[in-house]
Design a protein around this ligand. Structure first.
Ligand code: UDP
Ligand code: MG
Length: 137
């Protein structure tokens, strides 16, 4: 079993798409081991995305991620990291496969509805950034 970290981003929560995205997560065989709705401030968003701090899109990304609430999840499944990335689709919704969350729901490259860890080391940083061990069941 493997765990990954997911976010339903502000653009999707604002448009009341959380239920549809959670339905796809469960229908794809993931077990939700942690989930909560939170509102990030800009510093918290920047800490989460610190690997991108030198990128030109960093400031806009932090503004976007802190503008309204998000739903953070810890998901468990065999091959959870790769399978959640596949279900989300490519970062740019214009390049995402049909039937993926980003292809079906994303607004733009920035406002792309979902986040997923991209490697085991990333998941190991991201899950405890948001969840204590007691919150994972
Ligand atoms: N992003 C952006 N412009 C870009 C690349 C990324 O606004 O040119 C945003 C987008 O919201 C993306 C996030 O920054 O999801 C993190 O980028 P990353 O390359 O890690 O993509 P992801 O892992 O989310 O697919
Ligand atoms: Mg990434």
């Amino acid at each position: 079993m493997e765990r990954t970290f997911a976010i339903i981003k502000p653009d999707a929560v604002e448009r009341k798409l959380a239920g549809k995205i959670i339905d796809r997560i469960e229908a794809s065989g993931f077990t939700i081991v942690g989930m909560k709705k939170i509102k990030l401030n800009k510093e918290q968003a920047g800490g989460f995305y610190c690997v991108h701090r030198e990128r030109p899109f960093f400031n806009d990304l932090c503004d976007f991620m802190s503008r309204s609430p998000v739903i953070v999840l810890c998901l468990e499944k065999e091959n959870a990291i790769a399978d959640w990335r596949k279900l989300m689709g490519a970062t740019n919704p214009a390049n995402a496969e049909p039937g993926t969350i980003r292809r079906d729901f994303a607004v733009s490259l920035n406002e792309n509805s979902a986040h997923g860890s991209d490697a085991p080391e990333t998941a190991a940083f991201e899950i405890p950034y948001f969840f204590s061990a007691l919150e994972l069941v």
